[in-house]
Design a protein around this ligand. Structure first.
Ligand SMILES: Nc1nc2c(c(=O)[nH]1)N=C([C@H](O)[C@@H](O)CO)CN2
Length: 125
């Protein structure tokens, strides 16, 4: 398996438990790593892999449309998108809110998931 990474993707998202977080979107920062088949590099064909430009576009579009109370739920939603829409065999994501709490630069969640039968590799995200 090869891995695609997307670093410091900033997206406007509706997420949070407080009224102010339900009234307006806020910027969240995503780091994602996901597995892709080795065949892409063998054949040099975008059709054999996951197009990271499409992943970024889909995440932006989906997060603009729905509200999540918890950053954990938002994270699970992005993992499901990568599994179900893009067929990723393995996903690791880190999602952070920036500057939402005094004295804290970033707070968030990271999630690592493999499809059934896919062992979890030790990969940085
Ligand atoms: N485990 C969590 N704790 C908290 C969350 C969250 O999503 N998961 N969210 C909040 C608020 O929405 C936060 O943005 C306030 O600054 C608090 N705790």
């Amino acid at each position: 398996m090869d891995f695609i990474f997307i670093e410091e993707l900033r997206v406007q998202a509706w997420v949070g438990i407080y009224a102010r977080e339900k009234a307006a979107p806020q910027t969240v920062e995503l780091n994602l790593t996901f597995g892709v088949p080795d065949a892409a590099a063998e054949h040099d064909d975008i059709a054999d892999t996951i197009n990271y430009a499409e992943v970024i576009e889909r995440i932006r579009a989906e997060l603009a449309e729905r509200h999540f109370n918890l950053i954990e739920t938002l994270g699970e939603f992005v993992v499901s998108l990568l599994f179900e829409e893009f067929g990723a065999p393995w996903v690791k994501i880190r999602i952070a809110k920036t500057g939402v709490m005094k004295g804290v630069r970033r707070v968030g969640v990271f999630i690592q998931r493999g499809r059934a039968g896919v062992s979890l590799p030790d990969v940085q995200c």
